[in-house]
Design a protein around this ligand. Structure first.
Ligand code: C2E
Ligand code: CA
Ligand code: CA
Length: 544
């Protein structure tokens, strides 16, 4: 029986149930043909037939769906997957069909794909269209309205909000092309349409952030929904990406839904980049953290004006001479209400909101003032290294800014050194670093050996000094092998003309080991903690 040519005709027949059997690269559709289960092998492209009749608007969804089927098939799972697609009927119109595919692996190892197609009722089709409207980028407002309606309709039901996004979505766009990124998002939208059942709706909040309203009886139901979304949405075209989920229970339906959306967002953001945790439920500790952050943000401008940011100095010692040879400027926030706030609590926040630029400018100026003071009072100036967040490179010409400062205070450039954390980016290509270098500043590569660093980073680098990270030192120093790594790193850096500073030196043994390896400058609690400028001057007086 050759029915492959009659696809369209059969789709338009009276019955609204069809069986489509894909085998050997051909697609057969059999009206109500449940009894005709043939066991034939499907080739890898066995579902090409489906493409020919799918509306182009559902192309990505269909592709994704087939891709998913294929991976399921490769894993040998007898699984049924469903998808709503607009398929062409004989009169050229598109109608919504529920396409249900079951992949069967038979005893004789031949594979069969059973595809059942059901014409959807106008109401069902409308629901899908509606969901599509809600996934429009500008529709979170509508989502809120619709969500409130759903909750009003079921006053005794509990609801939760789930948010999710794709880890490093930007990287996918860069590595696989923007069209791949778009495809993934289209695929998500399509799959979410399928996953969402009664009383569940979703919206797209921004490029890759989705939000879902779901009813639940037990808390496990929310986790189940998350698992379902996760397993349906990951693995598109074998592109490696991870979804991060945040969820919040809607405890008080009278409160604006936005509050719970914010909570779900907070939960999601709290695990961003975490390799082990992909799901987080909102809790009160998060609220406290957020409150604290809000306090910092609300007070940062005022704090800067009131000189609550203070430059501390941590001395750098020559190990062999046991003498202070320089210092690193480290900011402290001395707040009248909260006492001393350490940079770990506010720098990441300021990097996010951009305030780090202003704050750094202030600290750089403090360093210049001190150098000027030393010069004017006949004290031999010591080089002070200041930290420069990489944020500066996005928005300003830091070299120009520093040049102005140097001019304003009439100090020598060599006394102001710049610490920049190395990252995964190709450091050598960065314009900002280039300009600093060309202006003649001494550049220190901060935190070398943490995270992404490799010896490769050192080749052709613009940096003058490598600061060996505390953890690099501490992790390696206890084993013979580790010691060798530190030793060789130091040798290699020196070999290519770089100077070295070891950070976080906490014991005498560490200092001795570094000296043996040829790294003579150390900074760390073994020598001194960061201290205010007056204390630093006293220490220096004693040290001379
Ligand atoms: P960093 O630049 O790596 O600074 C070194 C950090 O290690 C300092 O923490 C210092 O107090 C700490 N440290 C020094 N020796 C030891 C040691 O022996 N043991 C241990 N456990 N820790 C040691 P701090 O002052 O809390 O600063 C944390 C980070 O905040 C800095 O890391 C830097 O990334 C950032 N930061 C500090 N001040 C500024 C600033 O003015 N501007 C910018 N952009 N970032 C800053
Ligand atoms: Ca530093
Ligand atoms: Ca460091």
């Amino acid at each position: 029986m050759d029915i492959s040519n009659n696809i369209l005709e059969i789709l338009s027949s009276d019955s609204n149930k069809y069986m489509m059997l894909c085998s050997g690269g051909e697609t057969h559709i059999i009206s109500d043909g449940c009894s005709m289960l043939c066991k034939e092998e499907i080739s890898r492209n066995g579902l090409t037939g489906l493409h020919e009749i799918v509306n182009s608007k559902d192309e990505f969804l269909c592709k994704g769906f087939l891709e998913k089927l294929r991976t399921t098939a490769e894993n040998g799972v007898n699984n049924t997957l469903e998808c709503s697609l607009r398929l062409k009927t004989i009169n050229g119109d598109y109608e919504y069909f529920q396409v249900k595919c079951t992949f069967c692996r038979n005893i004789n190892e031949s594979d069969t794909m059973l595809v059942e197609i059901t014409l959807l009722s106008p109401e069902e089709a409308y629901r899908i269209e509606l969901a599509k409207v809600f996934t429009n980028d500008r529709s979170p407002m509508q989502f809120n309205k619709q969500a409130n309606k759903i909750m009003e309709k079921s006053p005794d039901k509990d609801f939760a909000l789930i948010q999710f996004d794709v880890s490093k979505f930007k990287v996918i766009n860069e590595q696989y092309g923007e069209s791949a990124g778009d495809e993934i998002l289209e695929y998500f939208t399509g799959m979410m349409n399928m996953i969402c059942g009664e009383n569940q709706i979703f919206t797209r909040l921004s490029a890759d952030v989705f939000m879902v309203l779901t009813p639940y009886e037990a808390e496990k139901d929310v986790q189940d929904m998350i698992d379902r979304i996760n397993s349906s949405l990951t693995g598109y075209k074998n592109i490696p990406y991870t979804l991060y989920f945040g969820a919040s229970y809607i405890i008080d339906k009278n409160k604006p839904l936005r509050k719970y959306g914010d909570e779900a967002a907070m939960a999601r953001q709290s695990i961003k980049g975490d390799a082990l945790k992909h799901v987080c439920f909102y809790n009160d500790e998060m609220k406290n953290r957020k409150k604290k952050q809000k306090y910092l943000e609300d007070h940062m401008e005022e704090a800067l004006n009131n000189h609550e940011f203070v430059m501390f100095l941590q001395p750098k010692y020559s190990i062999s001479l046991n003498k202070i040879v320089g210092a690193e400027a480290l900011v402290r926030w001395i707040n009248p209400e909260k006492g001393v706030i350490s940079p770990g609590e506010f720098i990441p926040l300021f990097e996010e909101n951009g305030f780090v630029i202003k704050m750094d400018h202030f600290i750089w100026e403090e360093a210049c003032k001190l150098i000027k003071y030393w010069q004017d009072s006949g004290i031999q100036p010591l080089p002070i290294s200041v930290n420069m967040s990489r944020k500066h490179f996005d928005s300003e010409n830091s070299a120009e800014f520093l040049d102005e400062l140097i001019k304003k205070y009439g100090i020598e450039k060599r006394y102001l050194e710049i610490e920049i954390t190395e990252t995964i980016d190709d450091i050598n290509k960065e314009k900002g670093i280039d300009m600093l270098k060309r202006s003649g500043y001494t550049l220190l590569m901060d935190d070398f050996g943490s995270g992404y660093s490799s010896l490769n980073t050192l080749k052709n680098t613009q940096f003058d000094v490598v600061k060996i990270d505390r953890f690099f030192l501490q992790d390696l120093i206890d084993s013979e092998r580790g010691q060798k790594i530190v030793e060789h790193t130091i040798h290699m850096a020196k070999d290519i003309g770089l100077a070295l500073v070891a950070e976080g030196v906490e014991t005498e043994a560490q200092a001795q080991f570094l000296e043996q390896c040829g790294c003579d400058v150390a900074q760390g609690f073994f020598y001194a903690r960061p201290m205010d400028v007056d204390t630093f001057q006293e220490l220096r007086d004693k040290n001379i």
